[in-house]
Design a protein around this ligand. Structure first.
Ligand code: HEC
Ligand code: HEC
Length: 292
């Protein structure tokens, strides 16, 4: 009888522990998908292991290689404290106090809540660790000089969490949080100046020099140059499977964003994103390839 009772208590406790331990990692897995961490930190094209880094990111300044963010203590972020992790996401500061390059979209992640950032960390700590040293970036001077980032930050970086304007309906505020903080749509859809700073007067109005040299369309609700004639349902279905209302299929990096991130989100969150996009200021901006 005693034995049975003890056994029962142990079973009950470990069940309790297990369900508790799963909660933050499940939430973290979802948030990591929303933030496209996998897509950038996995060298999918060359069969790289999840989150082990090494993915090449071509930019106008050269090629950046993403670091290993698995829990390996030697080559990954296994030894990082919660504070180290939050400093990277909120402030763009590496563990040794050095500024990180904005090829890592920390100017968007700064808007993420600390709770969400820490849920992502517990998820990453639960993923198989991989021992794989980081690859050096292939970027030429002066853009490779980390200390110059201190100047870039003064000009273009605003630290701070997301807050929707007062009276914003809840779904629109949720959509704003996803678009601005986690899913960092503006990192590609907002044009950049020659120093790589985003031009906020053209927020989400499209960019002629997206990552990998693509044309990135205007996604403000302008009827002529943006997505004004897309319905909410059009947007949701595009974010799920990449099919546009004119039956064109998505191309390039947006395809990766859909595959590794947006297609994993709930209908509720996708609808929130669509509502937010329909609610922002329409900007008339036709994006054309700038002549070389
Ligand atoms: C657009 C590509 C991209 C996305 C998306 C991205 N990262 Fe990164 N990340 C980078 C690059 C590039 C660096 C290296 C920056 C540097 O060397 O200064 C980096 C650096 C980091 C670092 C610092 C690691 C170190 O060793 O210094 C952490 C932590 C990190 N990313 C976590 C994340 C998390 C968590 C997510 C998802 C919420 C994420 N990243 C999404 C590109 C990306
Ligand atoms: C890594 C860069 C990148 C990110 C991040 C990104 N996009 Fe895109 N997006 C693109 C590119 C490139 C295209 C053009 C794809 C094409 O022509 O098929 C595109 C196309 C689109 C389109 C189709 C517009 C049209 O007129 O054809 C929509 C809608 C869209 N993106 C919404 C979003 C939303 C919402 C987010 C954030 C949740 C987002 N994108 C994040 C690069 C990006």
């Amino acid at each position: 009888m005693h034995l049975l009772l003890t056994f029962g208590i142990i079973l009950f406790c470990s069940w309790g522990l297990a369900t508790h331990a799963d909660e933050p990692t499940d939430k973290g897995a979802y948030l990591a998908a929303a933030g496209s961490c996998y897509g950038c930190h996995t060298d999918v094209k060359n069969g790289g292991k999840p989150f082990a880094g090494g993915r090449a990111l071509p930019t106008p300044f050269g090629v950046f290689y993403t670091p290993n963010i698995t829990s390996d203590a030697e080559t990954g972020i296994g030894g990082w404290s919660d504070e180290d992790f939050v400093n990277a996401l909120h402030d763009g500061i590496g563990r040794e106090g050095h500024p990180l390059f904005p090829a890592f979209p920390y100017p968007s992640y700064t808007k993420m809540t600390t709770e969400d950032a820490l849920a992502i960390k517990s998820y990453l700590m639960s993923v198989s660790k991989v021992n794989s040293p980081n690859k050096e970036h292939d970027v030429s001077a002066p853009f490779s000089w980390r200390w110059l980032q201190w100047g870039w930050r003064l000009m273009f970086f605003n630290e701070g969490r997301y807050s929707a304007p007062p009276d914003t309906p809840a779904p629109v505020a949720r959509g704003g949080y996803l678009v601005e903080a986690l899913a960092h749509c503006g990192e590609c859809h907002t044009p950049r100046n020659f120093l790589g700073g985003t031009d906020m007067s053209l927020y989400l109005a499209g960019s002629a020099s997206g990552g990998e040299g693509e044309i990135v369309p205007n996604i403000t609700p302008d009827p002529e140059t943006g997505i004004g004639d897309w319905s909410e349902a059009d947007l949701v279905s595009f974010m799920k499977d990449g099919m546009k209302p004119d039956f064109d299929n998505v191309q390039g990096t947006m395809g990766e964003v859909i595959e590794h991130s947006l297609s994993k989100l709930t209908d509720e969150d996708l609808t929130a994103i669509a509502r937010y996009l329909k609610s922002i200021k329409p900007i008339n901006n036709k994006v054309e390839k700038s002549s070389p």
